[in-house]
Ligand binder design. Sequence first.
Ligand code: DLL
Length: 441
Amino acid sequence: MTDKKVLIWNREFETMSRSDLQKLQLERLKEIVEWATTHVPFYTELYANAGVSADDVKSLEDIARLPFTTKQDLRDNYPFGMFAVPLTELRQIHATSGTTGKMTVTGYTAKDLEVWGETMARVYTAAGATHEDIVHNAYGYGLFTGGLGFHIGAEEISAAVIPVSGGLSKRQIEIMRDFGSTVLTCTPSYALVLAEEAKAMGMDVRKDTRLRIGIFGAEPWTERMRLDIEEKLGVEAFDIYGLAEVIGPGVSVECPYHTGLHIAEDHFYPEIIDPESGEPLGYDQLGELVFTTLTKEGLPLIRYRTRDRTILRTDPCPCGRTMARMEKVLGRTDDMLIIRGVNVFPSQVEHVLLEFNELEPQYVIYTDREKDSLDTLEVWVEATQSLQDCGAAAIEGATDKVKKAMQETLYVSTVVKIVEPGSIQRSGGKARRVVDRREMP
Ligand code: DLL
């Protein structure tokens, strides 16, 4: 591996020995279990029913004795039932809309905002951003944690932040060019929308702007998509992961070696479990990611099941950080589609599509149930302009190739429709990739 320029925001914590880190984590784990049990009736009852208490946590492994918490618990206690402080102690309240059920609400005390600022400062620094940068923050501002999370981190590193939010792509490109934005922060799908818009405006982002870094997350994206974004925008693209319940963005991020996403483990204790049995799995094994917030006051979450599937690694990273890394999220345990008994993950579909240079990385997966109750899988994907220009026969040929590749990977027959460039609806935030019509009335 070639040497890269490595910047670290908080060496004391980010590079501490793993044995010191584990001591710190255990200390904080005991404190947070105590804090939650004495301040949140939900935990008081949960632990009383399970016959466990903070005194039972004598080692990090003892965490497995504590029951899990889930999104359903947050919904059942909507809006503020899981909070450990009175509302007067909160400084910000956020929520995620979610496609089903009630919103999931999260709140931050002044101390929680400090932690958020700190972890987001680590994110920017890991990506190589400094106070000299101009951050073009195109994550949505509002209840979504993306906008304000990236904002607070940019302030922490004393960079100039442009709170442009999502949407109005043409204006975004003008601002990027005229204000000299150097760091772009938005969802990976929106980064591609911006690249398209710039092209339509006759601009070459690589030459006509000062962009150099992109920090993209909030939705799954593949390595192929990274290459595409880097090529089109002329940035080095970094993956960032987080979820509103745990803190928002800032849970983990890549460093310049792109060996996985370093988790801020002094604040968020990660575990990997078997999603079926709930049993803890070791490092290097694929399973469901579970987090315990070690320092959060407002909304402490203990053994919170994220539903995200990944692998944890602790082998040394050349950047010097000792914090465990998670692999790029491989999908969610609840986004699996079952088509005629076959399990299909949207990430597999994306993987197949991005192998084809004649396709744009814009697609939607439709599932439906026919009259005779057979499920169907249909993938709509956009042609590149050059494929479109080659005419109907070329599109037909490409359709056959994609269909075959899809069948070979998914083991389920798929209807493939290659549609005109620009015809699939774009989003200013998270892209909607799956439309499950089987669930619709
Ligand atoms: O998406 C927080 C965030 C904002 C992260 C900006 C990164 C950048 P939620 O809206 O609560 O929070 O959605 C959380 O999004 O459980 C994952 O399924 C998914 N997700 C987030 N980051 C990634 C990523 C924000 N880098 C849910 N790769 C999580 C894959 C991601 N999935």
